[in-house]
Design a protein around this ligand. Structure first.
Ligand SMILES: [Zn+2]
Length: 99
């Protein structure tokens, strides 16, 4: 098994352990080494924060649309349903039953 991978950013060959795990990648590791990832985050931290905020706002917006498209009675019922199932999961967890 090959445990060396070339970082597509710095072009250096490094041990697989130098790469973060990434389930969406074919070999299960991200294509950039940890060092490059860190550098990227530091260089683009403001941008990433902005994007995360945008993504959250997008998601909130979508959720609001979803609720407003339902009638009030229905959204109340589904909220209660979610609360009940959360309680149920919590109960099972407390009782030691696997969910
Ligand atoms: Zn690298």
């Amino acid at each position: 098994m090959i445990d060396i991978k070339r970082c597509s950013r710095c072009r250096r060959e490094k041990l697989l352990t130098e790469f973060d795990k990434n389930i969406s990648s074919r070999d299960g590791r991200s294509c950039w080494c940890k060092k490059c990832m860190k550098e990227y985050y530091l260089e683009h931290s403001e941008e990433i924060k902005k994007n995360n905020k945008k993504w959250r706002e997008n998601r909130e917006g979508k959720r609001n649309i979803c609720i407003s498209s339902n009638n009030k009675k229905r959204s109340k019922t589904s909220k209660e349903f979610i609360k009940k199932s959360k309680d149920f999961i919590e109960l099972r967890r407390v009782m030691g039953i696997g969910v």
